[in-house]
Design a protein around this ligand. Structure first.
Ligand SMILES: Cc1cc2nc3c(=O)[nH]c(=O)nc-3n(C[C@H](O)[C@H](O)[C@H](O)COP(=O)(O)OP(=O)(O)OC[C@H]3O[C@@H](n4cnc5c(N)ncnc54)[C@H](O)[C@@H]3O)c2cc1C
Length: 470
């Protein structure tokens, strides 16, 4: 973890200021530096990585508290992993998964629980239908779909109610929604869900382990490539520097930072690489256009808490289980085996998402710990109640994330203000996974959004005055 604050750099004018040192901001900065531009990256936290954070527990075991998996088709992330000397290994899948339904445990193999034949067939049919519908919606300009208005009026919950026949399939699709978006189906527009699914290939690829977004993990932790990028950028990355104001005009921008060293930075262009709602904390002068302001207010972050329970060994494997759990009720709706590649310890990772995450807020740290361990024990047996270590990471209480894993859009947002997502405002450009054209919501999307924003800025910097992308 990068915690040491280096001596403040000379805040002389630079070509570009990048706000945010998540994967989007770091990649953008690196592309600009490679193109010969002077850059400063201002990061609010005392570390880089944003929603990706590999924390070493007191025992020395590293766990990924935020983003962690990489899957097929995520070429930007895969090349960065390679380039930074990191390596990957497959998520553990050998054995049977558990389904907790109506309070009863069932074992199954494959993508979909099979304890009820009709429910299983209905779930497969629903996923297929979602995949087919998603192919019709552009992940780049979903508002251009001929039926965009209707799809954007409908919530995912309304579609589920109208389309999915069995209660079992409805519950499974709801669990998938909570896991993927950190949101309830009634909070999301159908147009948004379809465009998001298409951006990652299909809904099936988003929820798959083997062959999907959860296929592989990084030996060194998912933050390692970000730390390597920050190392390449050196003193250009200024930590503990929350940006509070951006004054922007035709000739450039002045960016004000609060914190222990309040000061101002000047640049020709600014790239803001943070989730839209989080940028609402920044004062812009002149004020942003109405559609951008609306976008900022109407793209709330999902609610998610990630927990890790560390055991002496992955004891569930001895019972023929692969550590995966899908549940139709309770706080923990999805669990995976998160043990290190050498299985030196056993680790279960679980997600509390959507309304359950909000409900758990009132329990406090100890209350949540005992509740969640109780749920793990009901699925994996009494040994699961006694981990060597237990940690939770509540993303909703992270000031500079506001939640996770991603921002979601309710009805009417994409068609009304979607085009403002990537459109620059004068010298201010936007990056971040929420602006990605592929794998939006994922680390891969964050990286490609950073590259796209850097290209935009480079084109604007060489354009003759008055045509520079403003
Ligand atoms: C629990 C969880 C699990 C996830 N699982 C996966 C996964 O397995 N695989 C995957 O690919 N993705 C996963 N994701 C999503 C992934 O982490 C994100 O898509 C990605 O990290 C987003 O990167 P970003 O650079 O766009 O934004 P962020 O990582 O949010 O970076 C934005 C940066 O801006 C900084 N910032 C904000 N405001 C200011 C300000 N005013 N001044 C200065 N700096 C500011 C923030 O501190 C942050 O560092 C997960 C996310 C979570 C939370």
């Amino acid at each position: 973890m990068m915690t040491t604050q280096r001596s403040p750099i000379d805040p002389g004018p630079v070509d570009v200021i990048v706000v945010g040192a998540g994967y989007a901001g770091l990649t953008c900065a690196r592309a600009l530096v490679d193109a010969g531009r002077s850059v400063v990256v201002l990061e609010a936290r005392d570390r880089v990585g944003g929603r990706v954070f590999t924390e070493t527990l007191p025992s020395g075991v590293p766990v990924d508290q935020g983003g962690q998996w990489v899957g097929p088709g995520q070429e930007h992330f895969a090349s960065l992993i390679d380039e930074t000397g990191c390596t990957t290994f497959p998520t553990w899948v050998a054995g049977e998964a558990l389904e907790l339904r109506d309070g009863l445990l069932h074992r199954y193999e494959g993508l979909v629980p099979t304890s009820d034949k009709d429910g299983s067939a209905d779930t497969v049919a629903t996923l297929l239908e979602l995949d087919l519908l998603a192919q019709e919606v552009s992940p780049v300009e979903p508002w251009s779909h001929p039926d965009a208005d209707r799809l954007d009026r409908q919530t995912f919950a309304q579609w589920i109610d109208a389309t999915v026949e069995t209660p079992i399939a409805r519950a499974l699709v709801t669990t998938a929604c909570q896991a993927v978006f950190g949101a309830e189906p009634e909070e999301l527009s159908m147009l948004f869900v379809l465009s998001y699914a298409h951006s990652g290939g299909s809904m099936s690829s988003l929820i798959r382990t083997s062959g999907g977004a959860q296929e592989r993990r990084i030996h060194q932790g998912a933050q390692a490539p970000a730390l390597a990028l920050a190392g390449m950028l050196g003193r250009r990355v200024v930590l503990s520097s929350p940006v509070v104001d951006i004054d922007h005009g035709r000739s450039g921008a002045t960016v004000s930072v609060a914190g222990a060293h309040p000061r101002q930075f000047h640049a020709g262009r600014v790239v803001v690489a943070a989730p839209p709602s989080v940028t609402g904390r920044i004062g812009f002068s002149p004020a942003l256009p109405g559609d951008r302001m609306q976008l900022i207010q109407r793209t709330p972050m999902g609610s998610v808490t990630k927990i890790h329970a560390v055991y002496e060994r992955p004891f569930w494997r001895e019972m023929g289980l692969n550590g995966q759990l899908v549940a139709d009720r309770g706080a923990l709706r999805s669990v995976f085996d998160d043990s290190p590649d050498d299985a030196g310890v056993g680790i279960l990772v679980g997600f509390v998402a959507g309304s359950e995450d909000r409900r758990m807020e009132g329990l406090g740290v100890e209350g949540r710990r005992s509740h969640l361990l109780g749920e793990l024990a009901s699925a994996f047996g009494p040994d699961a109640a006694h981990p060597l270590e237990f940690v939770e990471q509540r993303w909703s209480s992270e000031a500079f994330s506001g939640g996770g894993p991603v921002a979601g859009m309710g009805p009417g947002v994409l068609t009304a203000v979607g085009p403002a997502l990537r459109r620059p405002v004068g010298v201010v450009h936007w990056a971040g996974t929420e602006t990605a054209e592929a794998w939006s919501g994922y680390i891969d999307g964050a990286i490609s959004s950073g590259i796209r924003a850097a290209d935009e800025v480079l084109a604007a910097l060489v354009a003759p005055a008055g045509t520079g992308g403003s």
